[in-house]
Design a protein around this ligand. Structure first.
Ligand code: NAD
Length: 429
């Protein structure tokens, strides 16, 4: 079947430096669609979310006044399984941003071959302006407003910016109270005492390290003689740096928002507290402290941007001296920088593969919740290793057979799987 006329026109893709999450997601879809044999009507469907729910969340503040917040849940595609994606509390949350990030989750789940589709949601609020009791009331009311939208077989939220394991515990409790049964599988990223998975916290950093090791192996580089710089020493960056160090690599620079600790002979990353463990400790860890941007241009073998998005741009991509870039953060490379890296033959291993350990262990958590049986930490690690290896092999095969960038290869793998599922299920009249 082909679409002669689309009922909803896609927003034109932009190739600028300030692309929004939605523009990036649509641009990547359009690019990947050129690589795979896909029915154009499926591309048309994937260009738009399946559903966006907007809710109003009134809560009583501690002083007795009532404040009213806006919340969203965007569900992109569920052809391969229930929707999956984070809930963020941030003043700049918008409906479009949720849609773009939901699309991103669809690609990530598909490249990992997880039986989920993408979703993302959030509340337009600065959580720092609320007391803990107010955050709890906000979360419980949000859960109630989303009760028809979420569910363990429907849509499974997780922590994101401004939310954490405690937020998920409140959400799960509110949902369970209303349903009349304890339903741990409605969210992931919960504390292990109520069905959370061991190993969830370190999973994205672990997958970044695993993929870095696989890429070095692919390029016949020895970890023992590899130098690494990691921007962002938070959950993702610190876990990746510590594992690579443990496996024999030399981590010469790590940074937080204040700057970068640099030692050409290697830092003892095991003893450097992360931003969460001890804020601002990173810049005390070495005699030499560099501005954060300088870390990106160090003469190292591997650069891992693991802090925030859009840090590798047209301005600095030409000055990056690393032989390999592995994306720890979501969207650290702009479209223009990507083109420069491609022209310079610098491989960039994309976020949807590299940091997908997080959603993969979320999937493990969901399996554990459904089966009411917790896995050991060791089992989580083994299963994550196996899933990452499988995903790496699929992307590597696409990289070799299609002769494209690593990013395009990952998107081609994802879109192939989505396309096959849509073809098999067809379009319900
Ligand atoms: P985090 O808050 O634990 O750590 C972020 C770190 O980056 C901190 O050390 C902070 O000081 C530093 N930082 C912030 N702004 C910076 C800047 N402008 N320059 C340099 N450093 C800066 O966050 P995280 O959970 O590690 O997430 C990092 C990135 O990885 C984000 O893009 C996030 O979306 C992505 N990610 C996180 C997960 C997860 O489950 N934690 C999963 C997938 C992707």
């Amino acid at each position: 079947m082909t679409t002669s006329r689309q009922a909803i026109d896609a927003e034109p893709a932009v190739a600028g430096e300030s692309q929004t999450a939605l523009q990036t997601a649509r641009r990547q879809l359009a690019r990947a669609a050129e690589l795979v044999d896909i029915d154009p009507s499926v591309v048309a469907r994937l260009t738009h979310p399946r559903k966006v729910v907007e809710v109003t969340i009134p809560i009583e503040r501690d002083d007795g006044s009532v404040a009213v917040y806006r919340g969203y849940r965007a569900q992109h595609d569920s052809v391969r399984g229930p929707h999956k994606g984070g809930l963020r509390y941030h003043p700049e949350v918008t409906s479009d941003e949720c849609v773009g990030l939901a699309m991103w989750m669809t690609w990530k789940c598909a490249v990992m071959d997880l039986p989920f589709g993408g979703a993302k949601g959030g509340v337009v609020v600065d959580p720092k302006d609320l007391s803990e009791a107010e955050r709890e009331r906000l979360t419980r009311r949000f859960a109630q407003e989303l009760r028809e939208t979420v569910g363990p077989m429907r849509d499974i939220p997780a922590p994101d910016m401004g939310t954490d394991a405690q937020t998920m515990a409140w959400f799960m409790d509110a949902y369970s109270m209303q349903e009349g049964e304890t339903t741990p599988g409605v969210v992931t990223g919960k504390p292990p005492v109520i069905g959370g998975s061991h190993g969830r916290e370190e999973a994205p950093g672990r997958s970044v390290a695993l993929v870095t090791r696989a890429a070095l192996d692919y390029y016949e580089r020895d970890l023992a003689t590899t130098t690494v710089a990691v921007q962002g020493y938070g959950s993702v960056g610190a876990n990746a740096a510590r594992l690579l160090d443990e496996w024999g690599a030399t981590v010469v620079a790590v940074s937080d928002v204040n700057g970068a600790a640099y030692d050409p002979d290697g830092l003892d990353v095991a003893s450097i507290p992360t931003h969460d463990e001890e804020p601002e400790a990173v810049t005390r860890a070495a005699d030499e402290v560099l501005p954060n941007e300088d870390l990106l241009e160090l003469d190292v073998d591997v650069l891992i941007p693991a802090a925030v998005g859009n840090v590798l741009t047209a301005e600095n991509a030409g000055d990056v001296r690393a032989d390999l870039v592995v994306e720890g953060a979501n969207g650290p490379t702009t479209v223009a920088a990507d083109e420069l890296f491609e022209a310079r033959d610098v491989p960039v291993i994309p976020d949807i593969l590299a940091n997908a350990g997080g959603v993969t262990v979320s999937y493990f958590e969901w399996l554990q919740d459904i089966n009411r049986r917790q896995w050991s930490h060791d089992r989580v690690h083994q299963e994550l290793n196996a899933e990452m290896e499988r995903a790496w092999d699929a992307v590597r095969d696409a990289y070799e057979s299609r002769d494209v960038t690593w990013r395009d290869a990952a998107y081609a793998v994802a879109l192939d799987r989505l396309s096959a599922a849509h073809d098999a299920r067809g379009l319900w009249p």
